[in-house]
Design a protein around this ligand. Structure first.
Ligand SMILES: [Zn+2]
Length: 416
């Protein structure tokens, strides 16, 4: 799965070492055709503005780009002494040829942090006050099943790891079972789940060599649990808090509910578009209604959206017609959307990210009935009637606060 590429050119390796010293999140190559030189800048991970690392002559940049040709369309990664891996994603196309004619050949590279980086806390996730309170509530639950829906890149693992760092959770005995652990949560006991036959999206995630390289060290270090012994292992170990990543079989779902009934607080994830679709996924796995007895189920869906850069965002006037086209009331007093612009301190108008979420706590009787007749169509209308704040509504709240752009909210959250 890892495609080891030939060594990167020395000049790139030098720049990467400087970037590592700076704890950079990404590297930018900004050509200035008039001056016939290229500025090499790095963005420190703490979101300080871009820092200049070097100025190259045009000739040097051309040589550099010619070397890059060999890696075009690939994700290249290189082990460095103080970093597990550096991932370089290059656009395809002939760089050497383009350099002759084009005027703006800027290039950016993402530097993936090492596996020794610690997980983020809840207060580092960009949650707003309401979501922070919601997360704190989840962390203080005695027992139950907390299931996070989303897709790769929605930050579900990041969110759950942050919950596991919460003082209320940390004081309890916690076990994490994950096919590819990427961070180590202090105070938790980690296991690697082997032979789980993971789903399609997960494979996509693993196909990223940088992520894979980060996980390798942890993967080797943590003890293994085989998929066919999972149930027996968890029953015997009986932790107070369990994080079982990605339930995709009836056995795993039943295990989550069984442990919750016995007093464990279970965190898990699955692929679903919104919170009210989660019970339907359980139904598709043929979960018996009786499995839900005496278990509190919390269904959460979340999306990770790009945060607008506060330095360059601009107010955006939206006509009543376009508001209507987006399904919003035409009269939007006090609603001041902003759009992305782009400046020296951000990435095309964006800097960091925010989470938006919806949380559904299905009533047990409603859920049991849905499972027994295998019909989940009424769950969402009922939840909306009961006051569910949807992903879209939460996103629009953050548009109103000028934290994200309207286009980001519309493109990344389902309409209702
Ligand atoms: Zn900016």
């Amino acid at each position: 799965m890892i495609s080891k590429t030939p060594e990167l050119p020395k000049v790139l390796e030098h720049i990467l070492s400087l970037a590592v010293d700076l704890n950079a999140a990404d590297l930018h190559f900004i050509p200035d055709v008039e001056a016939q030189q290229v500025l090499v800048k790095a963005r420190p991970r703490d979101e300080r503005p871009l820092t200049e690392l070097a100025r190259w002559s045009w000739a040097n940049y051309k040589t550099f780009c010619t070397h890059l040709e060999r890696f075009c369309g690939l994700r290249v990664y290189q082990r460095l002494p103080d970093m597990a891996a550096v991932s370089v994603t290059l656009p395809s196309g002939s760089w050497a040829v383009q350099l002759e004619s084009a005027t703006n050949l800027s290039l950016a590279m993402r530097l993936t942090p090492s596996a020794t980086q610690s997980p983020l806390r809840l207060d580092e996730l960009g949650l707003d006050a309401s979501d922070f309170a919601e997360a704190e509530h989840l962390c203080t639950m005695e027992s139950g099943v907390i299931c996070l829906a989303g897709s790769v890149g929605d930050g579900r693992d990041t969110f759950i790891n942050a919950c596991l760092l919460h003082p209320e959770v940390r004081r309890r005995d916690c076990v994490i079972i994950h096919p590819w652990p990427r961070v180590e949560v202090p105070n938790a006991e980690h296991f690697v789940l082997e032979g789980a036959g993971w789903g399609g999206d997960e494979r996509l995630e693993l196909a990223d060599p940088a992520l894979l390289a980060q996980s390798e060290a942890l993967f080797e270090r943590f003890p293994k649990v085989s998929a066919d012994k999972l149930t027996r292992f968890v029953r015997r170990r009986a932790p107070e808090v369990l994080y079982l990543r990605e339930v995709h079989s009836l056995e795993m779902v039943e295990l989550c509910f069984e442990m919750a009934r016995r007093g464990t607080l279970v965190f898990t994830t699955l692929h679903a578009s919104d919170a009210t679709s989660i019970p339907g996924r359980f139904g598709a796995m043929k979960l018996e209604p009786k499995a839900l007895r005496n278990v509190q189920l919390v269904c959460r869906a979340q999306r990770r959206l790009a945060r607008l850069c506060p330095h360059c965002r601009q107010p955006q006037a939206l006509s009543p017609a376009s508001l209507k086209a987006m399904g919003l009331p035409e009269d939007q007093d006090g609603f001041a959307p902003h759009r992305a612009v782009g400046c020296e301190q951000c990435n095309e108008g964006h800097k960091g990210w925010v989470l938006v979420q919806e949380t559904h706590r299905p009533e047990r009787r409603v859920l049991e009935r849905a499972l027994s007749v295998n019909n989940f169509r009424r769950l969402r209308p009922q939840a909306l009637k009961d006051g569910l704040r949807t992903l879209r509504q939460h996103a629009l709240e953050r548009v109103a606060n000028a934290e994200i752009s309207m286009i980001e909210a519309m493109m990344k959250t389902p309409p209702r």
